[in-house]
Design a protein around this ligand. Sequence first.
Ligand SMILES: [Fe+2]
Ligand SMILES: [Fe+2]
Length: 218
Amino acid sequence: MAGISWDAELDTAWQVVDRLYKVSISADEKGPVDKIIARAHAAEAQNPYRKDHSWKVSKLGHQLAIQAGLPLASVWEVLAAGLFHDVGMIHVPQHLLLKHAPLTPEEFEIVKGHAVWGGKILEPLKEEGIERIVRHHHERYDGTGYPNKLAGENIPQGARIVAVAEAFHDMVSDHPYKSARTAEDAVDEIRRCSGTQFDPKVVTAFLDWVQIHVDPRE
Ligand SMILES: [Fe+2]
Ligand SMILES: [Fe+2]
């Protein structure tokens, strides 16, 4: 993507998660986690427009979590939650994901269900907090998001981070019915929505990330 460096040299986040899980989980937990990973891959595979979405949200979220000074355990949760955040899309019919026109309000309600579905799929990881991040990644700081209209600090911090990472990557990506916006335009939009859609502290961390990773000349 012109002008944005995602630190792709660091492997894909999937490989990182795979390695971390192998050393950190017991044999009992391995089955459920493998199933979650398989479903996350399947959810992405049904939408070619989303091919690299999860790991880019994961990478950006991971970097924002570090920049925002989160403790290591939370940084790791954001990395994993970024990969899984849209796993619930597996329950959204593919024709809606690939529709070449804006969704109707009824169709949008179905797509919105991916947050709750994702939370359900991630219940085996409830203790680690990943499930809560995924369930609440579409809440808005001003309390008008979904699924629970949580506001401000009531939204899990990891979810506030994934929200910014997801919105940025969505804006700079092509969609079936609209083309990617420029990085500059997307950054302006995130800045404009600080305090309404997004946590201002996360936006500050994001703008620091932009200084290093977005080349304004491209
Ligand atoms: Fe989402
Ligand atoms: Fe997403």
